[in-house]
Design a binder for this molecule. Structure first.
Ligand code: ADP
Ligand code: MG
Length: 307
């Protein structure tokens, strides 16, 4: 749905993007991750037709953003990283104003505004002054505004920035709801853990270069083919390695602080089945994959890149 192909950009003599590549498949929630100054906003502004790339190209649903910016704008809703002005209006006035700006017919506007307020849970706040809203509510209003023309693609620049944990969870639920409606969502963040429970794919940007891009699981597998499993046993063996004798795919067995076995191994699900089979005599209570979070992937990908 979004293709960024070999994009380079300069501001004066400062080269801020170098050969940036990544693809966002339709229907994904995609994380664009990197520290402040990495070039995320610059890249997103190109997708939103606010800036033209010096090199390479950006396509949305097959349309080049430079060739047909009007078509791209119909396809996409863009939420910039800072909230606009208009504080002395109510939620409904604000949305009605932007619905008019999107050329939604007067007769259709109340219905459109109502639908968007329902989706973003802003209904009860319809008469609230924007100035009197919390950061989390304003962020939801900003997303509501991008939804008025029912775009297929949403590009949200740092949507979770500055939100308290509760507002962040509400934001995540809204984003997952939008995904379930079939939208493609691209979110940026400089805080990795902010996105770890929302995204299935990422591009990691560092000093204007993409260090890794793709499905989180695949990036993890490429970084480290080793997998880790936690197994809780009723009666753990005294010799932790005993059950796994002559299994060369098992690299390490240790005991977690909570008493579960921690097994690192290489291989697919056949190996998992074999590990479980061998532990049956010790009473298998629970088997769970140990999830490496986005943070660890990021640290590994950027190893040696960060100064
Ligand atoms: N309009 C601009 N003029 C000059 N330099 C800019 C401009 N916008 C961004 N930059 C520079 O480009 C780099 C990338 O910025 P940005 O895309 O905002 O990064 P991020 O969103 O990842 O924090 C930074 O070094 C920033 O100072
Ligand atoms: Mg930014």
């Amino acid at each position: 749905m979004i293709r960024v192909e070999g994009v380079g950009h300069r501001f004066g003599s400062l080269r801020v993007l170098h050969d940036v590549w990544f693809h966002v498949p339709e229907g994904e929630v995609f994380g664009f991750i990197g520290p402040n100054g990495a070039g995320k906003t610059t890249t997103l502004r190109m997708m939103a037709t606010l800036l033209e790339p010096d090199e390479g190209r950006v396509l949305l649903d097959g349309v080049d953003v430079v060739d047909d910016p009007a078509a791209v704008r119909r396809l996409l809703g863009f939420m910039p990283d800072s909230f606009g002005v208009y504080e002395r209006v109510t939620v409904i006035e604000y949305l009605d104003f932007f619905a008019a700006a999107y050329d939604i017919e007067r007769s259709a506007r109340p219905r459109t505004v109502q639908a968007v307020m329902e989706l973003t849970d802003l209904g009860p706040l319809r008469d609230r002054l924007v100035a009197a809203m919390s950061k989390g509510m304003k962020q939801r209003l900003a997303i509501a505004r991008t939804l008025l023309h029912d775009p297929k693609v949403l590009i949200l620049d740092e949507p979770a920035n500055g939100l308290d944990p509760r507002a962040r969870i509400e934001m995540r639920d809204l984003i997952l709801q939008l995904r379930d409606l079939g939208k493609t969502v691209l979110l940026s963040s400089h805080i990795l853990t902010e996105l770890s429970d929302m995204v299935s794919s990422v591009a990691i940007l560092e000093k204007g270069r993409v260090l890794a891009a793709g499905k989180v699981d695949e990036i993890r597998k490429n970084l480290r083919p080793e997998r880790t499993l936690r197994m809780t046993l009723l009666r753990p063996p005294v010799d932790l390695n005993a059950p796994f004798a002559e299994m060369p795919s098992v690299h390490e067995v240790s005991l977690s602080p909570d008493g579960a076995l921690r097994l690192s191994f290489e291989g697919g699900d056949e190996v998992v089945a074999e590990l479980v089979a061998r532990c049956v005599p010790y009473g298998v209570v629970r088997v769970e994959p140990e999830r490496d979070d986005l943070e660890r992937i990021f640290l590994e990908v950027t190893k040696g890149e960060l100064q």
